[in-house]
Design a binder for this molecule. Structure first.
Ligand SMILES: [Zn+2]
Ligand SMILES: [Zn+2]
Length: 273
């Protein structure tokens, strides 16, 4: 099986050396691992991601490890680019300069609201009452929809990340989600089944099981990623991911080589962890 979303110390908030992520992947029997480290162009200097100047070093480091472990596992190189309308050209430029296998795109700061970091007001219980949850959800999905107007990426990372801290909206966003999924299908993009949500207050996968079923109805392909920020988390909760994919009727999963998508069949009898 594959893990298409692991980080490195270059993003300043992950632990362990790159080699240890690969060794963990080999240990649990994965056939492919893809580094998808952060590139957050709008927030340079805040230590959230590698800098544009570090991209060549990162790319070369993955290529070296790819060679070193070629017999045991297929090591791939990608980026998780943080969507920022003001930086789309730069993102496309960086994505196109190196022979990356896959580019993921994600929304971490809809309209400037930080929905990911531990110190975020969105997480803090004390600020809970002061935050209009529905408004933040609305902004999140609006931003995700706008992201789909651009074409610098292949995978949408953690589709419904806005639920990370367990905040629940008072109304359904299904209509907007369907509109987004239609766009995803039109552009032949892949959505990531990201298992890190089981470790967050959200306590479920990204996207939620009902969205996975909607994706199946639309014929949208899935990639699979743990979003590991340390070597021990490679392939974490994949047993749950396989169960969800099987329940939704998926028989294949997407893989990428130099930005070209293909599919491999899922062997449900070989569950990983
Ligand atoms: Zn991260
Ligand atoms: Zn992310």
């Amino acid at each position: 099986m594959i893990d298409y979303h692991v980080h490195t110390r270059l993003c300043n908030h992950a632990e362990g050396i790159m080699q240890d992520y690969i060794l963990k992947a080999i240990e649990i029997g994965l056939e492919e691992i893809c580094f998808l480290d952060h590139l957050t162009l709008q927030d340079q200097g805040k230590g959230l991601s590698m800098t544009p100047g570090e991209v060549p070093f990162y790319f070369q480091a993955v290529q070296m490890l790819k060679k070193k472990y070629a017999v045991q596992i297929d090591v791939k190189a990608g980026l998780e680019i943080d969507f920022s309308e003001a930086h789309v050209d730069m993102a496309a430029d960086i994505a196109g300069t190196y022979a990356f296998d896959v580019i993921g795109s994600s929304v971490h700061f809809p309209d400037g609201v930080d929905i990911v970091r531990r110190r975020s007001a969105w997480r803090n219980e004390d600020n809970y009452k002061d935050i209009d949850i529905d408004r933040v959800y609305g902004q999140y999905y609006e931003t995700l929809a706008r992201m789909l107007d651009y074409s610098y990426f292949d995978i949408i990372c953690h589709f419904d990340l806005v639920k990370k801290f367990g905040r629940k909206p008072s109304r359904s966003f299904d209509e907007k989600i369907i509109e987004i999924l239609k766009k995803v299908k039109q552009k032949n993009l892949t959505i990531e089944l990201n298992t890190s949500g089981y470790h967050h207050a959200a306590e479920e996968s990204y996207p939620a099981p009902d969205i996975i079923k909607k994706c199946k109805d639309f014929g949208i392909s899935f990639a699979l990623g743990s979003d590991a920020h340390n070597p021990q988390s490679v392939g974490r909760y994949f047993d749950k991911a396989f169960q969800l994919l099987q329940e939704a009727g998926y028989k294949e999963i997407a893989v990428f080589n130099k930005r070209k998508k293909s599919v491999i069949s899922i062997d449900y009898s070989k569950a990983v962890r």
